[in-house]
Design a protein around this ligand. Structure first.
Ligand SMILES: O=C(CO)[C@H](O)[C@H](O)COP(=O)(O)O
Length: 183
């Protein structure tokens, strides 16, 4: 996948479930007014027993497909907590979905994780707050600091190979080995 700079992002894939439907509809209006191309992956109507995985996986897959085609899109998934929606999006190869719950985590999702999808718990926030998180996330560039690139590369390596060299890989790169990788 190409590097995500977000500065020229105009396409945003959105998905939710019944718990986030109202947020999702209002957010779509906000993003469209801001000039973004919004693609809604559902649900289209309120069903109190619908299930988030298919909506969120479809949105995440669309982001991954775009990146494979050189289109720098982003994704936003909503649920009651955002936890299951984040888990679902992260099942898609090439997707890095971050659970965002504050201004700081919205920015860090880009700065440190180069996330291409964010997940938000609609039952945890006021709409205005959620919209602010999303605007911050979209506006924040990935600065490409070496340590973050290295860690993201390790995630991609595991995704591709189902192996994680961790310490050995880091030693080979000459970088300092974080204690957590020895655990
Ligand atoms: O946040 C979610 C998953 O992480 C769902 O939106 C939440 O579990 C839906 O709950 P309920 O079916 O009780 O309305």
């Amino acid at each position: 996948m190409a590097e995500n700079t977000a500065s020229n992002v105009t396409r945003i894939h959105i998905a939710t479930d019944h718990a986030g439907l109202e947020f999702s509809q209002q957010l779509q209006e906000h993003l469209a007014k801001a000039g973004h191309e919004v693609i809604d992956h559902g649900p289209q109507e309120y069903d109190p027993v619908d299930d988030y995985p298919s909506f969120c996986i479809n949105a995440a897959q669309a982001v991954a497909n775009d990146w494979a085609d050189g289109i720098e899109s982003l994704g936003v998934v909503f649920g009651g907590s955002g936890n299951g929606e984040q888990i679902a999006a992260n099942k898609v190869e090439g997707v890095r979905a971050a659970l965002v719950w504050s201004d700081a985590t919205a920015k860090l999702a880009r700065e440190h994780n180069n996330a291409n999808v964010i997940s938000i718990g609609a039952r945890q926030h006021e709409l205005e707050e959620a919209i602010r998180f999303i605007d911050l996330f979209i506006a924040e560039p990935f600065p490409g600091d070496e340590r973050h690139v290295r860690r993201i590369s390790q995630l991609s390596e595991y995704e591709r190979t189902e192996k994680i060299a961790g310490k050995d890989l880091l030693a080979a790169s000459g970088a300092e080995v974080p204690v957590t990788l020895n655990a």
